[in-house]
Design a protein around this ligand. Structure first.
Ligand code: AMP
Ligand code: ZN
Ligand code: FE
Ligand code: FE
Length: 277
């Protein structure tokens, strides 16, 4: 059986491993294909494809777009988007701009709380020089907090400061998930609602599907078997696609493998033809 894991992060966003390393791990896990789905960027895909050709692993070009609805973060996965599409690239650049404003806001909040952390420090953790298309995320801020001894683990950084409702949390207005679905379609891709079990907003997931989203990530590292079954049925009842992803990020200090190792959740490779259609 040919299996695919459709959701992994690399150093182009908040993953800890280079795109080529994700592809190597996919091969070691015996996968036929691996999705590269970094937050608000397609910067990791070229390297992954080169590695994929060398190693005999198919690379599924993707992106995970950060959106919000009623103050809740909702992630929309896009597959087989035309990653040279200038409109898409401009839209992703605007996403990264919002992200930078967001990161500055979080850092300002941390400063107010008496932690003199700087953007330069966070960029150093992320390995950014400042001019690329890679994104900086909260896990990088969390790791910077660990390095300066403000907390003892990435999880503690989220639990104490960075998670929604915690004192350093800040989220500027985001595009809606409906808009992200449209962006992906306009770039020729298929749109899939990422990890619906993390939202507690099933009516929104259903509305997204009815509004044109192409599928649901029913199988995700943080979903129970019951949740997977529930979302599989939700998608199938509407004739939508059912996808699977580990949401691999690598292992951060004291954080475990977030959300799971490559190949942790897989779906039959037959899905690729439907995503490409
Ligand atoms: P960002 O897109 O910068 O807001 O960062 C989102 C990422 O942070 C997610 O993809 C997860 O990898 C991580 N994350 C979000 N919430 C938590 C949490 N409560 N604990 C640990 N990691 C989290
Ligand atoms: Zn992430
Ligand atoms: Fe996500
Ligand atoms: Fe993700």
């Amino acid at each position: 059986m040919k299996l695919v894991d459709l959701h992994t992060h690399t150093t182009a966003s908040d993953g800890l491993h280079r795109p080529a390393d994700n592809v190597r791990m996919a091969r070691e896990a015996g996968l036929h294909a691996v999705g590269i789905t970094d937050h608000d960027t397609v910067a990791g895909i070229d390297e992954a494809e080169i590695a994929g050709k060398k190693l005999g692993v198919e690379v599924v070009p993707g992106v995970e777009i950060s959106t919000a609805e009623d103050g809740k973060d909702i992630h929309i996965l896009g597959y087989y988007i035309d990653r040279r599409n200038p409109v898409l690239l401009e839209r992703l650049a605007s996403q990264r701009q919002v992200r930078n404003v967001r990161n500055e806001g979080i850092i300002a909040n941390l400063n107010r709380l008496g932690i003199p952390i700087t953007m330069a420090e966070v960029e150093r953790v992320a390995g950014r020089s400042g001019d690329g298309d890679e994104t900086v995320g909260r896990p990088h801020i969390a790791e910077a907090l660990v390095r300066r001894g403000a907390v003892s683990s990435v999880q503690e950084a989220f639990d104490k400061y960075l998670a929604k409702g915690k004192p350093a949390y800040f989220n500027p207005p985001r595009i809606s998930p409906f808009e992200a679905v449209q962006w992906i379609h306009e770039a020729g891709g298929k749109a899939v609602v990422a990890h619906p079990g993390l939202y507690g907003r099933d009516e929104l997931v259903e509305r997204l599907l009815d509004a044109g989203a192409d599928g649901v990530e029913a199988y995700h590292s943080d979903h129970s078997p019951e949740q997977a079954e529930h979302y599989r049925r939700m998608a199938e009842a509407r004739g939508k696609l059912v996808t699977a992803g580990s949401d691999f990020h690598g292992e951060r200090k004291g954080g475990g493998v977030y959300h799971g190792p490559i190949g942790n959740r897989t779906v039959d490779a037959g899905i690729l033809e439907q995503l490409r259609r």
